[in-house]
Write a protein that binds this ligand. Structure first.
Ligand SMILES: [Zn+2]
Length: 236
C-alpha cells in the first residue's frame, strides 16, 4: 500500500516547465541597427513577442527582459535572467553591414577563451587565486565551462531550424557579447538578418516572416529541451 501511494505521488508530481528568458535587443533611445529608417529595436521586439506567445502555447514558462520600447542596460538584462533563474537565455538582434550584399541569419555563442574573457572583464590573467576577485573570475570560468556545451547545442538547433527560412544560413559563430558572458545559464544570441540588405529587410519587417522566425525558434527550443541533437561547427 505504501509503495502504491509513493508511486501515485511520483506520477502526479509535475515537472516544472523550462523557463526561457527572451531578450529583445536594444530599446528606447538605443535604436540598434538602423537602415532606411528601419530600426533594429522594433524588429527584435516584434519577433520576441511572437516567440513569447508561441512558447507559452507550447507549455514553456517565459520572461522578457523588455516587453515594450524601453531602454535596458546590458547588465540589467543579465541580472534579470539570473534573478529569475532562467534555464535558457535567448538574445534577439538584427544586423547591419557596410556592404549591402551581406545577408542571412547567424547564431552566436560565447567565445570561450579565458584570457580574452578576463581581459574583457578587466582582470589579470588567472594563475593563483589570492584575492576575492580572482576567485570570482575562477568561479565564472567554471560556470562558463558548464554551460558552453548546452549553449552550443541550442545554437545548432536554432541555426538548423532558422536556415529553413528564406534567408541565407551564415552558421553558428563565437563572439564576446556581454549578455552571453554574464548569464548563469546556457545562452545564445541570434542575428535574424541584415537590415542593410534589401531582401533581408523586406523579410524582417513583415509580420508574416517575424512569425515564421518565431515558429522556427520555438521548434529549435523544442528540440533542445527534448535532447534532439543538431550538430554544427563553430566559426570564429
Ligand atoms: Zn543588436
Amino acid at each position: 500500500m505504501k509503495i502504491l501511494v509513493i508511486l501515485m505521488c511520483i506520477c502526479q508530481a509535475k515537472i516544472a516547465p523550462m523557463h526561457i528568458c527572451l531578450d529583445p535587443g536594444h530599446g528606447g533611445e538605443d535604436k540598434g541597427a538602423t537602415a532606411r529608417k528601419h530600426q533594429e529595436k522594433t524588429v527584435t521586439l516584434a519577433i520576441a513577442r511572437y516567440l513569447d506567445q508561441e512558447l507559452k502555447l507550447r507549455g514553456y514558462q517565459t520572461s522578457m527582459t523588455r516587453s515594450t520600447d524601453t531602454h535596458k542596460e546590458l547588465w540589467e538584462r543579465t541580472a534579470f535572467a539570473n534573478a529569475i533563474k532562467a534555464d535558457l537565455f535567448i538574445s534577439i538582434h538584427a544586423n547591419i553591414a557596410a556592404q549591402s550584399h551581406a545577408a542571412g541569419i547567424e547564431t552566436y555563442v560565447l567565445r570561450h577563451n579565458s584570457l580574452e574573457i578576463n581581459q574583457k572583464l578587466g582582470a589579470k590573467p588567472l594563475v593563483v587565486a589570492k584575492e576575492p576577485e580572482d576567485i570570482h573570475h575562477i568561479l565564472q570560468d567554471v560556470r562558463l565551462d558548464g554551460t558552453a556545451h548546452a549553449s552550443h547545442l541550442c545554437a545548432c538547433a536554432l541555426q538548423h531550424h532558422l536556415s529553413h527560412s528564406a534567408q541565407k544560413n551564415r552558421g553558428v559563430k563565437t563572439g564576446l557579447f556581454h549578455v552571453l558572458l554574464d548569464t548563469h545559464m546556457p545562452s545564445v544570441l541570434v542575428e535574424t538578418g541584415f537590415l542593410s540588405n534589401t531582401q533581408d529587410a523586406h523579410y524582417l519587417l513583415a509580420a508574416k516572416s517575424q512569425k515564421e522566425i518565431a515558429i522556427a525558434m520555438a521548434n529549435a527550443i523544442d528540440d533542445y529541451s527534448q535532447g534532439i541533437p543538431h550538430t554544427c561547427s563553430l566559426q570564429e
